[in-house]
Design a binder for this molecule. Structure first.
Ligand SMILES: C[S@@+](CC[C@H](N)C(=O)[O-])C[C@H]1O[C@@H](n2cnc3c(N)ncnc32)[C@H](O)[C@@H]1O
Length: 317
């Protein structure tokens, strides 16, 4: 399988913006867009520049901070970094672990310290990896596009972990390519763990602005072939490989906003930072200006604080 990174040439700039602008509306905020080889910059945020990848969230320092904070929240919510029964296996010298779409590598950094005799590999389309001096000797990072196939031989890993990739992968890619590729690289007897989240609000929640944002996000994703609520499908896709046994799904529901106490308030900040990260892509799709998006964000903040929102996270093991 090839592992070539498709960087963009000037000729394909229009195609890229057309990808972000499915209605073919004129592009607002275009004055601060510019194209470089490795990254794209839109609305003051930095993005990956890989042609065939649909992932639309930024990869700049602000996003790295968001992902790092989010890592600590979910470790707390789940009381641990994984649910699979792999502890003994990872204590064996030379056990190999892969984190697909590892982002800034918070999970790998902790896991590689907790299991110093195992070898950890983090793979991401964007090179937002920790600096050399922060990397334990048993951790390494690799820039690659999962959709080009994982650049490892069959049966390489004891444990393959993948978290929060629902906005990166089309439903058909999950079904037809990605899960098969994760299965291909695990050793016989190895484990795969997928963790995804859905944001839900109780039926009586009065949050019209959030509902509008959420509907637009789901439509934006659907236009790109992405199912923003993929969690419920994953067990079926794992089963359909007919190569996996012991498939289990766990769920945690976490209150967001004031009704969730201190954790709820931190989750609210995480949700709002997530919404803000959608601004360059979503404001265009919703055909609103950045200022209008920002004022929508303020209203979402008030709605979330006075309503009953939950994050539901799922681990498929
Ligand atoms: C929401 S972030 C989650 C990061 C990390 N897993 C975590 O939980 O903190 C999704 C990550 O997937 C990466 N990604 C998106 N599409 C990808 C692809 N086709 N191949 C590899 N990585 C990809 C993004 O660059 C981003 O770092």
């Amino acid at each position: 399988m090839t592992n070539t990174k498709a960087t963009m040439s000037q000729a394909s700039i229009d195609d890229t913006f057309a990808n972000f602008d499915n209605n073919n509306n004129s592009i607002e905020n275009s004055s601060d867009e510019c194209i470089l080889d490795s990254f794209r910059y839109i609305g003051g945020r930095r993005f990956h520049n890989v042609l065939d990848a649909k992932y639309f969230l930024p990869n700049d320092n602000g996003e790295v901070d968001r992902l790092e904070g989010q890592h600590f929240l979910y470790r707390h919510i789940w009381q641990g970094n994984f649910s699979s029964p792999v502890t003994q296996r990872l204590q064996q010298p030379g056990a190999c672990v892969l984190d697909v779409g590892c982002g800034p590598g918070s999970w790998i950094l902790e896991m590689s310290c907790d299991f110093p005799s195992a070898i950890f590999v983090g793979l991401d389309i964007s090179p937002i990896f920790p600096p050399e001096q922060k990397k334990p000797p048993n951790a390494t990072f690799l820039q690659a596009n999962l959709l080009d196939g994982l650049p490892f031989p069959d049966g390489t890993f004891d444990f393959v972990y993948q978290r929060f990739m629902s906005s990166a992968l089309e439903e058909s890619q999950w079904r037809d390519e990605v899960i098969a590729e994760l299965v291909r690289v695990i050793k016989p007897g190895g484990w795969i763990e997928l963790m995804e989240l859905d944001v839900v609000c109780t039926e009586d929640t009065n949050a019209p602005t959030y509902q509008r944002f959420n509907r637009s996000l789901m439509d934006f994703l659907a236009d790109r072939g992405i199912n923003g609520l993929i969690s419920s499908k994953l067990k079926g896709y794992l089963e359909s490989t007919k190569q996996l046994t012991n498939i289990q799904c766990e769920e945690r529901s976490t209150r967001i906003g004031q009704w969730g106490g201190r954790l709820g308030e931190m989750m609210c900040v995480d949700l709002l930072e997530g919404v803000a990260a959608c601004k360059p892509a979503l404001s265009q799709f919703m055909n609103i200006t950045y200022d209008e998006f920002d004022s929508m964000l303020q209203t979402v903040r008030m709605e979330v604080d006075s309503s009953q929102f939950c994050y539901k996270t799922h681990r498929q093991v």
